[in-house]
Design a binder for this molecule. Structure first.
Ligand code: 13P
Length: 248
């Protein structure tokens, strides 16, 4: 049994005051939820305030990115050790916006995953094809490359995969449950090639225009084990409805 994981990726949104306000409103809405692991990934600047207000709750903290060195002359970067220091449990690595705007390659992603594993952080490793790649019939090939290169030489320690088709991010065009399942079952098969039976325990999240009204049909698919939510995670009400997807 894989415990569903629902994570909020706030991207470049919310000041510290807005973070505090969200958490104060959100925690009562998910009070008592135990059958879903809940994670929030605010901007770096809001991590300490989020850690303070989430303490003792059923919501865990994630960062949106990390650098691969522990310390040194890397202006603007944040290390795995620093994320542990502010009580992060997870870190998102390889998000398509990092790949697109900051030229992150599979090799960079691989280094970051390695460093996060060494620091004992959980990893939400994002993969997904662009619209152009999907239309060219290259989806599975792209996923295979991202998995093989991103995880080269690495164990499955702390690993969660997020399948985020780039064409579904922020566009309102969600993948159909069948499209998601097709990709997720392919990803599971690739993980089995790398990790054997251990692949059965790895959670594969779906991301891309997840909303309260489409989460249940996505979660009904056998290989969809959770969601990585952008826009709809910014409001306590809509994010709590996604977390409580099992309730009518
Ligand atoms: P949206 O939910 O806004 O489409 O964003 C998805 C995403 O990129 C989460 O990481």
């Amino acid at each position: 049994m894989r415990l569903p994981l629902i994570a909020a990726n706030w991207k470049m949104n919310k000041t510290t005051a807005e973070t505090r306000e969200f958490i104060t409103e959100f925690l009562p809405l998910v009070d008592g939820v135990k059958d879903v692991e809940i994670v929030i990934a605010p901007a770096f600047t809001s991590l300490p305030v989020a850690a303070k207000f989430l303490k003792g709750s059923n919501v865990k903290l994630a960062a949106q990115d990390v650098f691969w060195e522990t310390e040194g002359a890397y202006t603007g970067e944040v290390s795995p050790l620093m994320l542990k220091d502010v009580e992060c449990t997870y870190v998102i690595i390889g998000h398509s916006e990092r790949r697109q705007y900051f030229n992150e390659t599979d090799e960079i992603v691989n280094r970051k995953i390695r460093a996060a594993q060494e620091a004992d952080l959980g990893i939400i490793f994002c993969i997904g094809e662009t619209l152009q790649e999907r239309e060219a019939g290259e989806t599975l090939q792209v996923l295979k490359r991202q998995i093989t290169e991103g995880l080269k030489g690495l164990s499955a320690q702390g690993l969660v995969i997020a399948y985020e088709p780039v064409w579904a991010i922020g566009t309102g065009k969600t993948a159909t449950p069948e499209q998601a399942e097709e990709a997720h079952s392919f990803i599971r098969k690739e993980l089995k090639t790398l990790y054997g039976n251990e692949a059965e325990q790895i959670r594969i999240l779906y991301g891309g225009s997840v909303k309260p009204d489409n989460i249940a049909s996505l979660m009904a698919q056998p290989n969809v084990d959770g969601a990585l939510v952008g826009g709809a995670s910014l409001k306590p009400d809509s994010f709590s409805k996604i977390v409580r997807f099992k309730e009518p």
